[in-house]
Design a protein around this ligand. Structure first.
Ligand code: ZN
Length: 250
């Protein structure tokens, strides 16, 4: 495999947790490791009994380990869905970013680590022609199960470097338009907009648990100043702007 001049993995380590792809690569999924240390995460991602892996592991000091060749299918996404596709491992490149996560003391991502994520993503996007709307969080594709890489992840900084779809979040005002247990055509409209964007959202007309989880995932990625699962005006307006931006580049 050849890399652009600005990116080179520090180490190439072989994880046994891999297989053959069943579709072409057109997505990047970003994760945090959610373990106490990078070495602990590396051990798990290369342990044959864990059944998990990723293509890359980005350490806090910016070193990047490659664990699975991009041509192969790494086991990072689990039960997931985006735009109706559920075999996310087959179409994506998975990047694990070392961070203790919400369970062990969620911390800011160091600048040098984000610089490395940016260099790696730019390299992959250029080589693989990944559309900007398909650089996603693990929480986007598995909102009921996953929170990573979480609301501290600097998506805006990545976007400034040309990575991912991003609009400035609409300012937060106090009015809540939609909330749990509401049942209305407006709830169905929100669910339709979330599904059109890519989330696995059923059109139930009821602001149910699943709707709260998808709204929470949306906020973690696109409106991180407040992550509460309530579809306030800012959340809905930000989603509308993203839909407009994604249809403009489609
Ligand atoms: Zn993850």
């Amino acid at each position: 495999m050849s890399f652009a001049a600005d990116f080179k993995p520090a180490r190439v380590l072989a994880s046994p947790n891999r297989g053959e792809r069943r579709s072409a690569i057109d997505m990047i999924v970003l994760h945090y490791t959610g373990m106490k240390s990078g070495e602990e995460a590396l051990a798990r991602l290369t342990d044959p009994t864990s059944k998990v892996s990723s293509h890359y592991l980005v350490h806090e000091d910016g070193r990047v380990d490659q664990l699975v060749p991009e041509a192969q299918r790494a086991w990072h996404a689990g039960l997931s869905s985006w735009k109706g596709i559920t075999d996310i491992n087959s179409c994506s490149i998975g990047i694990e970013i070392v961070n203790p996560g919400h369970e062990y003391g969620y911390s800011d991502f160091p600048d040098v680590q984000i610089d490395a994520v940016i260099a790696l993503c730019r390299d992959i996007i250029a080589r693989r022609n990944i559309p900007s709307a398909r650089v996603l969080a693990h929480s986007d594709i598995a909102p009921a199960r996953k929170q990573d890489p979480g609301e501290k992840f600097p998506w805006g900084r990545l976007a400034a470097a040309g990575i991912g779809l991003w609009v400035e979040p609409s300012p937060i005002r106090e009015a809540t338009t939609l909330k749990p247990n509401d049942r209305s055509p407006q709830v169905a409209e929100l669910q339709r907009a979330l599904a059109r964007f890519g989330y696995a959202a059923d059109i139930t007309h009821l602001y149910d648990q699943a709707t709260s989880e998808v709204v929470t995932a949306f906020q973690r990625h696109f409106r991180p100043a407040r992550v509460d699962g309530l579809a306030d005006r800012s959340t809905v307006a930000t989603l509308q702007r993203l839909l407009t931006a994604s249809s403009a580049i489609a």
